[in-house]
Design a protein around this ligand. Sequence first.
Ligand SMILES: [Zn+2]
Length: 153
Amino acid sequence: MEYISQAVAKEDCFICDAAASEDDETNFVIGRTEHCIILLNKYPYNTGHLIVSPRRHVADITELNQAERDEVMDLTVRSVEQIRSEMQPHGFNLGANLGDVAGAGLPGHFHMHVVPRWTGDTNFMPVVGDAKVLPELLKETFRKLQGKLGPRP
Ligand SMILES: [Zn+2]
């Protein structure tokens, strides 16, 4: 289990930082539940790219307890619903990278990616990758989705 030994320490973990902070706007945290947080990816593959993560610093999907498994999946489904309603994408990529070798940007803390896709959006990537454009897009996405993904009513 080499990836666990290489895992990012809790102290250097932006998900743990965001979970502990009360500044949801700076951290782009759009929702919190008992066991999870939902935040925008600051380095998105596409506009609307968000992350659903357990609050607990655990590296692997198999380490999630049942309550975390339930919430991660529920919030993934509801993220798709919210993004669909707010941003009208044509499709989605959903998934998690487990371990460095699989491309995990933060191998120490499990997170599920929700990435909306639009027809032709491969051409859009250089635009969202522009450092001047990106912060505004993140703020706009934050305003659209913030507060809409909390605990189930
Ligand atoms: Zn963490």
